[in-house]
Write a protein that binds this ligand. Structure first.
Ligand code: ZN
Length: 175
């Protein structure tokens, strides 16, 4: 699956709830896990693959989690800073401050309502992925100056990648 990069409209839209967990949804979840694992990610939200529905997957070590129609119902007063990255903003990592722990309600792939309390890395990934469902990217959490610098760096990387790609195409054309 193609992962959309910052700049794509789908990443900025508010996603719609999943109405029914159909076979298509199950296939989407499986494909999202494969894509995430292939790219060494630990979380991937449906809008990142162009589907504006409220669903994300998380993979930590050998554990896989599916969150459908998640709601963060509690956040800790305590916050912490952790370095975040995003498959939609590749190779850029910045420290972001968020609540240390969350309580989240969601449906699992069998359609059962679940509530979990998470802290540490899981709490972090849940908040990052949940933001994607509301069109929010981690760079939005940075102070303005840093955000602008990060966006500039990202655009520069994209431009360089495009140039490299074109050079490769030209070389191929000469052969
Ligand atoms: Zn992300």
């Amino acid at each position: 699956m193609k992962v959309l990069y910052m700049g794509e409209e789908s990443l900025r839209q508010k996603s719609e709830p999943v109405k029914e967990i159909t076979e298509d949804i199950k296939q989407l979840v499986e494909a999202m896990f494969e894509t995430m694992e292939e790219k060494d990610g630990i979380g991937l939200a449906a809008p990142q693959v162009g589907q504006n529905i409220r669903l994300f997957v998380v993979g930590l070590e050998t554990q896989r989690f599916v969150f459908i129609n998640p709601e963060i119902i509690e956040t800790s007063q305590e916050t912490c800073s952790m370095e975040e990255g995003c498959l939609s903003i590749p190779k850029i990592y910045e420290a972001v401050i968020r609540p240390s722990a969350v309580k989240v309600q969601f449906l699992n792939l069998e359609g059962r309502r679940k509530t979990i309390e998470a802290d540490g890395l899981l709490a972090r990934v849940i908040q990052h992925e949940n933001d994607h469902l509301n069109g929010i990217l981690f760079v939005d959490k940075l102070d303005e100056e840093l955000r602008e610098a990060v966006i500039k760096k990202f655009n520069q990387k994209q431009e360089n990648a495009l140039k490299k790609h074109h050079r490769r195409l030209r070389r191929k054309g000469q052969r």
